[in-house]
Design a protein around this ligand. Structure first.
Ligand code: NPW
Ligand code: ADP
Ligand code: K
Length: 543
């Protein structure tokens, strides 16, 4: 698992170590220099004679960068530091000069910004040391001008991860299948984090130089995991400088081994009912495919049984694809409500096929609102057309699975003035708001999928962009339904678990998409078909 702590938590963890005289900046800058040397060796035969440009801000982030530059200069690298402020880390500047580095004081000659950017764009490596955890808002002043000039020269796109994954502390925060979008221009290494991202919320409030690698100190920061900033961090290396942040992490990300470790494996005493039964209210005559996809995914993920609820023609389509599905009513351990049913609340909608009533019934059972039956409460997945069926207040074992547009609609129905673009710009904020307003766990789908529950946030980046295809969300609903059903009682007793299981479902979904056709397009049903082998692969890791 990768855990990220806020800037305040990292500062609090640094304080006692600094008071005890621990050389944190030396550790950080040396590790940074070692990583840059390794990157240089991987990209060109000789380190000696390589050109490295340092972008240096006013604070300690600039200090780290200058000290790392001094180490590089002593190895024969031609290092030029560009100072963007009249304040600069004095010790770092002395070290760089002492090692033979060159200094350009852009603060004294701002008219040279264009020429300096041209120069930096021609370097082998650029170290972005403008802002670290002291960043507030969009990059301002000269630092902002310099980054804007560099972005236009380097044709910086939103980046995908590098391929290195050698150290346990490394992670590749964006999905597989991507490559370096910037074919020309320098290799960009962000110092602690790409300057200008929202450190704690992952927003992109202004210009940011997309990194090929981020070397981050002490612990990952939330902005490195969260969308949209997760797209500009490249491969992330966490350097251990001896910090031990207190309290729970602000954002977490599951890795495959985490999901394999808790996957329930049936034993000799199990039967289909102990494994968990999924009740599925999905699909209408207009969208029968959603029911087929969700049912297929639930079956493929290893449910004990799927009970399908819907009109006869749709049930026939489901059974034609998955003869394992039953249509008889009975007890279920999780409900999946909403894929392929209309998003209006209108009971008389002819396209509704009676699914709204079935969905409301399922959700009432799942919430435990039907006294006199022994059928609830149980977890529920509420997707697409299920979202307008929610009550005012919902239990946290309900997992809502909107994409950005659906989340905006849900929030508007609860009085917020918000649109899809707002959700995409600040996904953590709006997913948290939806959790507060509904009470439910919120899974916000996207290239990086967020899950917010009572116990914090999870950010998963396991899926290739190819997964953005019609029906992929229905498949996720089925996978999640099975995973919730398998741990139904545990989740109702401790609903913070719903978010972790939901993050696990997102991981399985993303890995299955990659497995379905590595590096190429996938169809939603093929993603469902790849789930059994994906789960077997996760289980193999725990042997
Ligand atoms: N503590 C330690 O020993 C260790 C710390 N470490 C390193 O220190 C980093 C944190 O250093 P830091 O606290 O000095 O903050 P930092 O991010 O460099 O920037 C502050 C400066 O930026 C300015 N500024 C702010 N926002 C801005 C904006 N939008 N646009 C433009 N300018 C803006 C702000 O100006 P002000 O707002 O005060 O006018 C202030 O001058 C951390 O990320 C890690 O790299 C490691 O070495 C490990 C040991
Ligand atoms: N750029 C992307 N990279 C990876 N996965 C993505 C990307 N865009 C969307 N996805 C995933 O694809 C799925 C699409 O779901 P959804 O929008 O509900 O589609 P549908 O309603 O057609 O099933 C979600 O799981 C989402 O996280
Ligand atoms: K930085």
């Amino acid at each position: 698992m990768i855990s990220a702590w806020t800037a305040a938590d990292v500062r609090a963890a640094e304080e006692p170590l600094l008071a005890a005289g621990e050389p944190l900046m030396e550790r950080a800058s040396f590790a940074l220099a070692v990583q840059v040397l390794a990157d240089l060796r991987a990209r060109r035969r000789h380190v000696r004679g390589a050109r490295v440009a340092l972008l240096v801000g006013a604070g300690n982030n600039g200090g780290d960068t200058l000290h790392a530059g001094a180490v590089l200069a002593r190895r024969g690298v031609a290092v030029t530091a560009v100072l963007t402020s009249d304040r600069v880390h004095a010790g770092g500047l002395v070290a760089l000069r002492g090692a033979g580095g060159t200094v350009v004081d852009l603060a004294a000659t701002p008219e040279r910004t264009g020429a300096v950017a041209d120069d930096a764009a021609g370097a082998d490596v650029v170290l972005d040391g403008l802002l670290g955890i002291g960043a507030r808002g969009a990059l301002r002043g000269l630092a902002g001008d310099l980054v804007s000039a560099l972005v236009s020269r380097c044709a910086v796109g939103v980046k995908s991860a590098g391929s290195e994954r050698s150290e346990p502390a490394d992670f590749t925060p964006t999905a597989p299948g991507g490559g370096r979008e910037r074919e020309r221009g320098p290799w960009v290494v962000a110092v602690d984090l790409p300057s200008g991202i929202g450190v704690d919320d992952g927003t992109l409030p202004g210009p940011v130089l997309a990194a090929d690698r981020t070397v981050t100190f002490g612990a990952a920061k939330p902005g490195l995991l969260l969308p949209p900033a997760a797209r500009v961090v490249g491969a992330v290396t966490v350097v251990d400088i001896g910090l031990d942040p207190a309290g729970p992490p602000a954002v977490r990300r599951l890795e495959p081994a985490d999901v394999g470790a808790y996957w329930p494996v049936p034993g000799p005493a199990d039967h289909k009912y102990t494994r968990g039964v999924v009740g599925l209210v999905a699909g209408t005559a207009t969208y029968p495919g959603a029911a087929v996809l969700a049912a297929s995914a639930a079956v493929r993920t290893g449910t004990g049984m799927v009970r399908y609820r819907g009109s006869d023609p749709v049930a026939r389509a489901v059974l034609a694809a998955r003869p394992e599905v039953v249509t008889a009513t009975g007890r279920v351990q999780s409900w999946v409500v909403g894929p392929g049913i209309p998003t209006t609340r209108d009971r008389d909608d002819p396209a509704d096929d009676g699914q709204h009533d079935r969905g409301r019934g399922g959700l009432a059972v799942a919430a435990g609102n039907l006294p006199g039956t022994s059928y609830g409460p149980v977890p529920a997945v509420v997707d697409a057309g299920g979202l307008p069926l929610l009550a005012e207040s919902n239990p946290p074992w309900f997992v809502l699975t909107p994409h950005a547009g659906e989340l905006a609609g849900l929030l508007r129905s609860r009085g917020e003035d918000v649109h899809r673009d707002d959700v995409e710009a600040a996904p953590l904020h709006w997913a948290r708001r939806a959790h507060e307003l509904t009470g439910a766990t919120v899974l916000l789908k996207g290239g990086v999928t967020l899950v917010v529950g009572p116990d914090g946030a999870w950010a998963q980046a396991d899926a290739p962009g190819w997964l953005a295809t019609a029906g992929a969300g229905d498949v996720l609903a089925g996978i999640l339904g099975t995973m919730l059903a398998a741990r139904s009682e545990e989740i109702v007793a401790g609903p913070a678990l719903a978010a972790e299981v939901a993050a696990g479902a997102v991981l399985v979904h993303g890995l299955a998409a990659e497995r379905a056709n590595p590096g190429g397009p996938v169809a939603a049903l093929d993603v469902a078909a790849a789930v059994p082998a994906t789960v077997a692969g996760l289980l193999e890791q725990r042997r």
